[in-house]
Design a protein around this ligand. Structure first.
Ligand SMILES: NC(=O)c1ccc[n+]([C@@H]2O[C@H](COP(=O)([O-])OP(=O)(O)OC[C@H]3O[C@@H](n4cnc5c(N)ncnc54)[C@H](OP(=O)(O)O)[C@@H]3O)[C@@H](O)[C@H]2O)c1
Length: 339
């Protein structure tokens, strides 16, 4: 039972095996925290459901962050400041930050961003106008640099990052190919995001579908998922092409994460693989958002969201269904506080 005077929080119960599900998490209720000098209290409105969370819930210390059994689940949240003893924040400000999957959080302000909701709705600051969109923006403009007429392939194309990458590649003048898991999602890629070609990796031979889709080969592979989908695509990389390693969603739930098989094509095609972390560009987020705002205003960019109404308790099931491909765009849990 939840009541409005408690803080519902999500903890990791055990390391997940395979795709994480509700049985791997535990909901606890604590008192709403109080703030001290220099601190502020945030009430969460939106919980960001990020594919990368599965990567850090592994029994391994290889990655930047780690969530272990008994830890509050790490996650990005957008919400409202409801009390502040901090000189830079006032009650009523909207903010986002990695304050964890919980209803209320105390912060000293570090790592928080103010959200101007006249630029984009609050939830979008976790999605297309937040890290997902910024990832697509900097990966494309700084690393891949697609030229007009070139071919850009995005896998995980209907997801939070992929849906933004496809639109931005199109804005750069590229021909875009998106890969996703169903005919309905393929339709959405073409009709809503403007992909030139959409491939359903569950419908027949992927190699043949790629061969038909990319007769002049592929200049940029924007890789969100890794695994077999990346492997088949590598056979079509163009001379001096770029394979942008954004993420490897297909591997995060595997006991043993496997690397690319067909890398040999990179050698013969003088192509390169490029690692990427969006946080390297943190000092340029405002510049990117200014440009994105113009694209939004001119109708050339949409911020797709899959917002599910629920509570902190619903987060695990929404996370699981995202891994099963339910989402179009950024997956969010919209808490009652948002209404
Ligand atoms: N480098 C960076 O700085 C950075 C920043 C943010 C995110 N990322 C990475 O970007 C990637 C996408 O993250 P996101 O938050 O935008 O998630 P997302 O793409 O919105 O959601 C995950 C999607 O992955 C696909 N998927 C799940 N299991 C799969 C499998 N076995 N094979 C193929 N596709 C599978 C599903 O789409 P389908 O229906 O199409 O299968 C699902 O909807 C992640 O790998 C994440 O780590 C990187």
């Amino acid at each position: 039972m939840s009541n409005e005077s408690t803080n519902k929080q999500l903890y990791l119960k055990r390391y997940p095996q395979g795709i994480a599900g509700p049985e791997d998490f535990e909901v606890r209720e604590a008192a709403i925290p109080t703030i001290g000098a220099g601190q502020l209290l945030i009430r969460s409105h939106y919980l960001g459901v990020d594919a990368a969370l599965r990567l850090i819930m592994r029994d391994s210390d290889e990655f930047l962050f780690r969530v272990q059994p008994g830890d509050l689940v790490h996650g990005s949240v957008a919400g409202e400041v409801i009390e502040s003893n901090h000189p830079d924040f006032r009650a009523g400000d909207f903010v986002n930050g990695s304050t964890g999957i919980q209803e209320y959080a105390v912060s000293d302000g570090s790592g928080l961003e103010k959200c101007d909701t006249s630029l984009a709705p609050l939830g979008s600051w976790l999605g297309g106008f937040g890290v997902s969109g910024l990832t697509a923006y900097f990966a494309l403009t700084e690393e891949c640099k697609p030229q007009p007429g070139q071919t850009v392939l995005v896998n995980g194309a209907a997801g939070a990052v992929g849906s933004m990458a496809g639109q931005m590649a199109k804005l750069a003048g590229a021909r875009t190919i998106g890969i996703t898991s169903s005919a309905a999602k393929c339709r959405w890629l073409k009709e809503t995001l403007g992909y030139d070609v959409a491939i359903n990796y569950n419908a027949g031979d992927l190699y043949q579908q790629l061969e038909t889709a990319a007769p002049e080969r592929i200049d940029v592979i924007f890789d969100n998922v890794g695994g077999n989908i990346l492997d088949e695509s590598l056979r079509f990389i163009n001379t001096r092409g770029v394979v942008l390693l954004c993420g490897s969603t297909s591997q995060y739930s595997q006991e043993e994460m496997l690397g690319p098989r067909n890398y040999i094509w990179l050698g013969t095609m003088r192509a390169r693989m490029q690692g990427f972390v969006v946080f390297d560009y943190a000092d340029r987020y405002t510049q990117a958002r200014n440009r994105m705002s113009k694209w939004i205003a001119s109708g050339h960019l949409v911020l797709p969201e899959h917002a599910v109404d629920g509570t902190v308790s619903d987060f695990p099931a929404v996370f699981q269904r995202m891994y099963q491909g339910e989402n179009l765009g950024k997956t969010l849990v919209r808490l009652p506080a948002a209404s």
